[in-house]
Design a protein around this ligand. Structure first.
Ligand SMILES: C[S@@+](CC[C@H](N)C(=O)[O-])C[C@H]1O[C@@H](n2cnc3c(N)ncnc32)[C@H](O)[C@@H]1O
Length: 189
């Protein structure tokens, strides 16, 4: 939440939370004064504040910011999702991506995750259908000018165990970007 609010324009900006799950982040942003549209492809998440929609075919008025919070690595059509985000952003709008690079896990991280030795192969099998961090960054860099890119701890958040914050610092990706202007060269930080 801190990363996202730090990079959003001030409220009341129009924000799209793409792949919002149950919509908890969207609710918190609404409480902070943002005008949030929250969409998720899974009908199980439908609610008065969550619309069932696929970002890959979603259309709406332009947004000042689009958030992918742990959703992009699940999207079956990565390029289409990023293309739609690019089309849905207003000029000067922000793409805010808070993600997970599963390919960067090593044996120690896998063993800790499953609480079992020799778990790296199991980790790889479990995650192989998800987009890698490298693939997500590549898809974004091809369409956006990247403003910031940080590698941050992730597991402590997933496992809700703050003691893991210092164990692993490579799986999380926090990225911000803006639509690229014609002729602009991308200097990925
Ligand atoms: C791991 S959950 C993340 C939920 C929430 N954003 C969070 O930070 O906790 C990933 C979500 O992305 C949604 N999703 C996957 N593909 C999608 C798509 N093409 N369009 C919209 N939502 C999608 C899934 O249904 C799921 O709810």
């Amino acid at each position: 939440m801190e990363f996202i609010t730090a990079h959003l324009p001030p409220p009341p900006a129009r924000v799209l939370d793409a792949g919002c799950g149950g919509g908890e982040l969207a609710d918190r942003l609404r409480d902070a004064g943002y005008e949030v549209t929250a969409i998720d492809i899974d009908p199980e998440h439908a609610s008065p504040t969550v619309r069932v929609a696929d970002i890959c075919s979603y259309d709406d008025e332009r947004f000042d910011a689009i958030i992918f919070s742990l959703s992009l690595h699940h999207m079956c059509e990565l390029d289409k999702a990023i293309d739609r985000a690019s089309a849905l952003l207003a000029p000067g709008g922000r793409l805010i991506v808070d993600e997970f690079a599963h390919e960067r896990a090593d044996a120690a991280i896998a063993d800790r995750f499953y609480d079992e030795p020799e778990s790296l192969e199991r980790w790889r099998e479990h995650h192989h259908e998800l987009h890698t961090g490298a693939a997500m960054i590549d898809a974004i860099v091809r369409r956006f000018a990247v403003l910031s890119l940080a590698r941050v701890p992730y597991l402590h958040r997933y496992l809700e165990d703050d003691s893991l914050r210092d164990v692993e610092s490579v799986l999380g990706i926090q990225l911000t970007a803006e639509p690229r202007h014609a002729g602009q060269i991308n200097r990925c930080p």
